[in-house]
Design a protein around this ligand. Structure first.
Ligand SMILES: Cc1ncc(COP(=O)(O)O)c(C=O)c1O
Length: 444
């Protein structure tokens, strides 16, 4: 029997399912002895549920989201729950809307918040813009791109999902050619993931917009910005994005629990005509209530306080500086991976993600073994390989609240974990390479 974790193409399998299979302490074992951990293996590796929380020092949560939540944000959320229909909330909501607009780089984008994860925001983007039978052009260049197409398909959208290698972004030329060939403009929307979190490849959205314009195609541009918002340059207005969706748990440095949508004028109008059944994810009542500073449901009140604080922190650092910091830290991580003589999953240097790096382990090695050692021995969480990359890569998250020393510690821990897991790396070489990169940037 094939190991399910390796079949990223199952129509009803979301990348999150693959994550769920990974043994975080006491997870299920796989019947075929695959990468899940059997009871015996668990005993051998010493994984116990209570092990991680009793380890001294701080846990290094270096998965590509959720990310570390800074103390300042924790403190902002550590408060009495307020009446979500009371006098206090509107000021919080208005500040959040303004702050998020700045982060999306949009002057007038409408902001809708849902107590949901990023997938909820994906569903909101789909059900408010697409009708059953509408055609959409999507790309399978990673687990999350595939999941995006899958959500649309669940609502009977006729998705044309172009299969691509899982080692780069979506080529803008391909988009131009596909759209130019659609002379009757049958595609209602283009679904693109800005930063493919499963592979560490970023799609050049400025070039995507140019490709759409070159083809003269009016399709809606719907973008998943879950692992790019507040970390990579995201220009909602300049790139004429119609809908962008995100979650709270990545660049925004919050716990999971908020689905965030930024909506342009065209998509707002379209939502009035769409007939797709929608209730919770109908953004119209949400936008209407948020204009008054409230919600049509019970919002995730404390996360709103956290989000306000996160946006204040981003504004204090400055969005350009936040973007530059992510680039600097990513370059340090990539220098370390080069020093380890390991390839990264993304094969196109111009598309290397500045929020995560997927490191390819040698043929025959198991990337989950590296993760297990990192977690149990060094209190360091690394991201799993998802879908068809299960067992083949581990992912280093370098986004959100993060600085130079945290990156160096993460790299040191990764070197130790690889070594203990039996992957030969020159111990210290990655850290030294990263230090050299960081030294070059001092004072810049
Ligand atoms: C690019 C991308 N899209 C969508 C999702 C799904 O978001 P969530 O797990 O918050 O539902 C993720 C999660 O990691 C992601 O990285």
């Amino acid at each position: 029997m094939a190991d399910e974790r390796h079949s990223g193409d199952h129509p009803f399998r979301f990348p999150q399912d693959a994550d769920r299979d990974f043994p975080h302490g006491g997870a299920r074992s796989t019947p075929n002895g695959g990468p899940g951990v059997s009871g015996r293996a668990r005993r051998r590796s010493g994984i116990r549920a209570e092990h991680i929380i009793t380890m001294s020092g701080r846990h290094f949560l270096q998965i590509p989201g959720p990310t570390n939540v800074p103390e300042r944000i924790l403190r902002a959320m550590d408060r009495t729950v307020v009446d979500h229909r009371g006098a206090e909330l509107p000021a919080v909501v208005f500040e959040i809307v303004e702050g998020l607009r700045g982060t999306f780089q949009s002057r007038d984008g409408a902001i809708a918040l849902f107590p949901a994860s990023g997938t909820g925001a994906t569903e909101a983007a789909v059900v408010n813009t697409l009708n059953p039978g509408d055609r959409a052009l999507a790309f399978n260049n990673g687990a999350f791109s595939h999941a995006f197409a899958e959500v649309a398909r669940r609502f009977s959208v006729d998705v044309d999902e172009v299969d691509l290698p899982w080692d780069r972004g979506v080529p803008p030329d391909l988009i131009r050619d596909r759209l130019a060939a659609d002379a009757d403009h049958t595609y209602r929307a283009l679904l693109v993931v800005h930063n493919e979190t499963s592979t560490g490849a970023t799609t050049d959205l400025a070039a995507v917009r140019r490709a759409m314009d070159a083809a003269g195609h009016p399709a809606f541009l719907i973008v998943d910005a879950v692992s790019s918002l507040a970390s990579l340059d995201f220009r909602f207005d300049e790139w004429a994005v119609d809908v962008a969706l995100a979650g709270s748990q990545k660049g925004l440095m919050l716990p999971p629990g908020l689905g965030i949508v930024c909506i342009g004028a065209r998509a707002l109008r379209r939502a009035e005509d769409v007939t797709t059944p929608r209730a919770f994810f109908d953004w119209r009542p949400v936008l209407k209530e948020m204009e008054r500073g409230y919600f049509p449901f019970t919002p995730a009140t404390l996360l709103l306080y956290g989000l306000r604080e996160a946006l204040r922190m981003l504004s204090e650092e400055g969005l350009p500086q936040v973007i530059t910091r992510h680039r600097r830290l990513a370059e340090a991580v990539r220098a370390a991976v080069r020093a380890w003589e390991r390839p990264v999953q993304c094969r196109e240097p111009a598309e290397y993600s500045n929020t995560l790096t997927a490191v390819v382990v040698p043929e025959g090695a198991d990337s989950d073994a590296v993760r297990r050692v990192a977690e149990t021995h060094f209190n360091l969480s690394l991201g799993a390989g998802l879908g068809r990359l299960a067992g083949k890569v581990f992912r280093i998250g370098h986004l959100g609240s993060l600085n130079e020393l945290e990156v160096l510690a993460t790299l040191a821990g990764t070197e130790l974990a690889m070594t203990v897991a039996g992957i030969q790396v020159p111990v210290g070489a990655g850290v030294a390479a990263a230090q050299r990169v960081l030294l070059e940037h001092v004072g810049t």
